[in-house]
Design a protein around this ligand. Structure first.
Ligand SMILES: Nc1ncnc2c1ncn2[C@@H]1O[C@H](COP(=O)(O)OP(=O)(O)O)[C@@H](O)[C@H]1O
Ligand SMILES: [Mg+2]
Length: 257
């Protein structure tokens, strides 16, 4: 029940709610109080409903903030993901979608050809993690390397790595599309090592992790893959590019007028 003309809060109450920084409670209060008066609520119920408004509002704000600071590439979620269009077995998709593996600090490595949904599925899982009040950081290997390189300049590498590892899920998308130099291998190693057995890392790649030593310096690659795979779900995609199939079917663009 909404009261379009619910009386405004008394000035003093309004001032106190502002001072205590209870914006969601303050916004809901006129309606809640009008309803409570009309329906003779128990005072404890009034208090519960008001505090609940604040809790729900704050949780939603936190999720919004986390969603924007995660740096997602496209905004694609599992809502637009077609289970049956993917080469990943349905049972595997469902098990990963529970996100229980994140609670166990296990890793996810999705390897397969370009256009087979690796990034979309990973982003869908990452969005779902935000909805479950988890913290996510999304990187490509390039953006991770740039972040670590920047930190090296002002000597804040350790702090930057620690900050990234405060996230429950750290995504490194698209390893292997471009050759990775020493800097990229080092950045990747630092994150995988710092997150080892503490946080979940999700990696997508067009090459199998056993071949990472062909795109980055061998010693670092071996040490990284060793830690990455120790507690990891390795998922292989296959098939033709979904992108190419859509393009060939004329579904890649909106027809010109
Ligand atoms: N199972 C699927 N359901 C819905 N869209 C898909 C699916 N697989 C791929 N796509 C779409 O195909 C395109 C390529 O997928 P993407 O995740 O970028 O591939 P990859 O990261 O493996 O190169 C994207 O537009 C993605 O949304
Ligand atoms: Mg991709």
């Amino acid at each position: 029940m909404m009261f379009p003309h619910a009386p405004a809060l008394p000035e003093e109450l309004d001032r106190l709610l502002r001072r205590m920084r209870l914006p969601y409670l303050r916004k809901a209060a006129p309606d809640v109080l009008a309803t409570a008066r009309a329906q003779r609520w128990d005072p404890a119920e009034v208090l519960r409903v008001l505090i609940n408004e604040e809790v729900v509002g704050r949780d939603a704000a936190t999720r919004r903030l986390r969603r924007s600071s995660a740096n997602f590439p496209t905004g694609k979620t599992l809502a637009s993901w077609l289970t049956e269009d993917s080469a990943i077995p349905e049972a595997t998709q469902n098990a990963l979608a529970t996100l229980e593996w994140i609670g166990r600090a296990e890793n996810l490595v999705i390897a397969g050809p370009s256009g087979t949904g690796k990034s979309h599925f990973t982003e869908g899982l990452a969005h779902a993690a935000i909805e479950k009040d988890l913290k996510v950081a999304w990187f490509t290997l390039e953006s991770l390397t740039a972040t670590i390189n920047k930190a090296k300049v002002d000597g804040s590498t350790a702090r930057t790595v620690a900050k990234i590892c405060r996230c429950d899920l750290i995504v490194v998308d698209d390893i292997g599309m471009l050759p990775a130099g020493d800097d990229a291998a080092e950045a990747f190693y630092r994150i995988v090592d710092a997150a080892y057995e503490r946080r979940s890392i999700a990696v997508t790649s067009n090459i199998h992790p056993s071949g990472f030593d062909t795109i980055m310096p061998k010693t670092l690659a071996t040490a990284t893959v060793d830690r990455l795979l120790h507690h990891a779900h390795l998922v292989l995609t296959k098939g033709d590019s979904h992108r190419l199939a859509e393009a060939l079917a004329g579904k890649g663009v909106v027809p010109l007028a």
